[in-house]
Design a protein around this ligand. Structure first.
Ligand code: CMC
Length: 429
């Protein structure tokens, strides 16, 4: 901690308090307000936690003004260009890029855990065929504690690591099974001779009646999307995982809660909402009308895939995805008029004062759906794809917290309800 401080004076009591400044390795200085209530009797009010740091973390750094994202210090652009999703997963979990030997061991280990308990497949059959995959995913992941309860001592680092690996390994298996369930297809078991993303595509699309070859362009595109979604510091779903984790709950319950938080359209559900929105806009001629709608404060409509709490500049992930979108479509020999529509929407919005003044740029979800669509992934699965990638971030953050437990997360409130009043018997009301 530095000597820097901020001195507060209470105009009523005249009391002063020095709030120490915590400086991380990078990023804005942060006030330590933990003594504020004890010393001056005040709570702080920060709805949406826009100016609150909830923890210290070594994992991911974002500079929203500059549009910078780094995992463990490595710029996202370099990881996207050179790395693989599993290598990024290792790096997020353990702190450094792996050596060849470390990577081989990790990959073997993750691959070993890809199958799910057969009873879990049976459990999945209980869902309605038209259930949303995110409902199935959160339910089934939450139920994992019932299937893998043999090693669930959260105070044992080895058991924590095993749970983290199980989650990373099994999430694609469960997500693909949720899709197959909606299609009425028989279960597909993970083919462990394939890499992480190839295996997922195989589990999604192979059927017993036909041969299925994974397209390497599709597998690489998917791997890249998983890399870009792998972590994003204390976003809503990760904060949910940490908050649930602070109670000592098991990791499957924590991650199931994270999946539920991700599903919302303001968060990971935006990728599905973007595609629905583009379909609703329908043609380039309608773009202006929808931009106008998005600016109308009396209309709840927002441009999905636009804006971000932290980025007040282009989301660096969106820059990578935008480029990737053109490349994937070209390599797969596909054309999609939704891409033209998205580009026109982006062009008009970025020239519009409303979006410029509020620094609303396309975010990670704006173009990802067009790639998923090109890979044959149905819209309802988009947020589940996000969840597969983000599982690595959730478990890395959960492991970090579990290794250095803090107090239970327990915010306070500004009470605005009735003052004390007496109970009135029902016959007198
Ligand atoms: N369309 C139109 N207006 C917007 C939009 C949008 N997409 N996003 C923000 N605004 C306006 C908002 O109405 C407000 O205007 P004013 O100052 O006049 O009241 C201003 O911009 C600031 O917005 P905010 O709601 O205070 O910003 P926030 O930080 O609380 O919300 C957000 C961030 C991402 C939830 C929001 O921008 C949004 O709803 N975007 C659309 C959904 C979306 O794409 N979500 C994915 C986020 S990135 C991936 C992820 O986290 O999963």
């Amino acid at each position: 901690m530095s000597d820097r401080k901020l001195t507060l004076t209470d105009s009523e009591s005249g009391k002063t308090l020095d709030l120490p400044v915590i400086s991380g390795s990078e990023g804005d200085p942060t006030l330590d307000i933990s003594g504020l209530h004890k010393e001056l009797g005040y709570f702080t009010f920060d709805p949406g936690y826009g100016t609150t740091a909830s923890c210290k973390s070594d994992i991911t750094f974002i500079d929203g003004e500059a549009g910078i994202l780094r995992y463990r210090g490595y710029p996202i652009e370099q990881l996207a260009e050179n790395s693989s999703f599993l290598e990024v997963a290792y790096t997020l979990l353990y702190g450094d890029l792996p050596t060849k030997g470390q990577f081989a061991g990790f990959e073997r280990n993750i691959t070993y855990h890809t199958m799910v308990h057969e009873k879990l497949n049976t459990f999945m059959q209980g869902f309605q065929y038209n259930a949303h995959p995110m409902a199935i995913l959160s339910g089934v992941v939450g139920s994992m504690a019932a299937f893998y309860h043999d090693k669930l001592d959260v105070n044992d680092p080895e058991q924590r690591e095993l749970a983290a690996k199980r989650l990373i390994a099994k999430m694609p298996t469960i997500a693909a099974a949720a899709y197959r369930h909606s299609m009425g297809w028989p279960s597909a078991y993970p083919k462990n001779s394939l890499g992480y993303s190839e295996r997922f595509l195989h589990m999604m699309f192979s059927v017993p009646a036909e041969p299925y070859e994974v397209n390497p362009v599709a597998a690489r595109a998917l791997d890249l999307l998983f890399i870009l979604h792998a972590d994003h510091e204390q976003n809503a779903s990760t904060s949910t995982v940490r908050l649930v984790g602070s109670t000592g709950a098991n990791p499957y319950a924590c991650v199931a809660a994270g999946i539920a938080a991700l599903w919302g359209p303001a968060h990971g559900g935006a990728n599905e909402a973007v595609l629905n929105m583009l379909n609703q806009i329908g043609s380039v001629d309608n773009v202006e009308k929808f931009v106008k709608k998005a600016k109308d404060k009396n209309d709840p409509f927002r441009l999905m895939g636009f804006g971000h709490r932290v980025y007040k500049n282009y989301d660096p992930r969106a820059t990578i995805i935008r480029k990737q979108c053109h490349e994937v479509l070209a390599e797969l020999g596909k054309q999609d008029e939704l891409l033209d529509l998205a580009m026109e929407l982006e062009r008009i919005a970025l020239e519009d004062d409303y979006f410029v003044e509020r620094k609303l740029y396309p975010n990670v979800d704006f173009y990802s759906g067009i790639i998923y669509k090109a890979l044959g992934i149905p819209t309802s699965m988009f947020t589940a794809m996000f969840a597969i990638g983000r599982t690595v971030g959730w478990v890395s953050q959960w492991l970090e917290q579990a290794a250095n437990p803090t107090r239970i997360g327990r915010p306070r409130q500004v009470y605005t309800g009735a003052g004390e009043r007496g109970y009135v018997p029902i016959e007198n009301r």
